[in-house]
Write a new protein. Structure first.
Length: 270
């Protein structure tokens, strides 16, 4: 039986591909700036906001708003704490990651459906997605592609050589604020759709594979989203055949793809 003949599979694949396209494009810039690990802290804070809104306050309609608020607060704290020279910025990223993940688990441990809520928030349940999530994913993808595509050269310049961009008169701080605001919204919505694990995998792993296997910067913006889409389709098909949880399986397949890309680059002597 062809799994993609099933309506719920087509819905889940469409939502996942659109979400993966948006996050993988953002991941190119996060990786270029070498702040990819920050995405993990942000994802955990978004999960914490969702947990507080839904499980603790039973504020179902405001779960996304609280998640975005937690993400915004976390990014503000990171920007402040990273200025401290006595402690590496990575330590503060790890601190917020542990805070978000630990607090979310503690809250869920007291929830009536804590175990099922934990699985839903952290690992997602992509096979239960509806057309509503498809439209949300489409909105994310169109917004990210539109904002990044219109000023692509400027974004690349700012993220690859911010000093040169500022010397040339570009208000790098304003553009950085716009990017991170876009990132916060996209990541928050993506976690609502596919869960923390798969959202972070889409953000980092296709970009990691692209940077190790592709030589030219402009090729990344084609190879990275195509990698995310191809691995998503393969992951859905194989997980269905082998009866594995789809979201975690796709995440593992993305990680394997990044490692294979690294092996390919090493074999080619790059």
């Amino acid at each position: 039986m062809n799994p993609f003949a099933l309506p719920f599979m087509r819905t889940a694949v469409a939502a996942s591909i659109l979400t993966g396209t948006a996050l993988s494009l953002l991941g190119v810039f996060m990786t270029a700036r070498r702040v990819a690990f920050s995405g993990l802290a942000v994802s955990q804070l978004a999960a914490l906001g969702t947990v507080v809104g839904v499980s603790l306050l039973e504020f179902h309609l405001g779960g996304g708003a609280l998640a975005l608020a937690f993400v915004g607060l976390g990014m503000f704290l990171l920007s402040r704490l990273s200025r401290t020279r006595t402690v590496p910025s990575e330590a503060w990223v790890a601190c917020l990651y542990v805070l978000g993940a630990g607090a979310a688990v503690l809250i869920l441990s007291k929830a009536p459906r804590g175990e099922s809520d934990t699985l839903g928030v952290f690992f997602g349940n992509v096979l239960s997605l509806t057309t509503t999530e498809v439209w949300e994913s489409l909105a994310i993808a169109l917004t990210v592609v539109g904002v990044l595509g219109v000023w692509l050269r400027r974004w690349v310049w700012i993220f690859v050589d911010s000093v040169s961009a500022e010397v040339s008169g570009i208000a790098a701080e304003r553009w950085n604020f716009l990017f991170y605001a876009l990132f916060a919204v996209a990541m928050t919505m993506a976690i609502h759709i596919v869960g923390v694990l798969l959202a972070f995998a889409y953000l980092i792993l296709p970009a990691a594979a692209g940077f190790t296997a592709v030589r030219r910067m402009r090729d990344l913006f084609l190879v990275v989203p195509l990698t995310a889409a191809a691995v998503t389709v393969a992951g859905f098909y194989i997980s269905f055949r082998l009866d594995f949880p789809t979201g975690p399986f796709v995440a593992v397949l993305l990680a394997a793809t990044a490692l294979l890309a690294k092996g390919y680059a090493a074999a080619r002597g790059r």
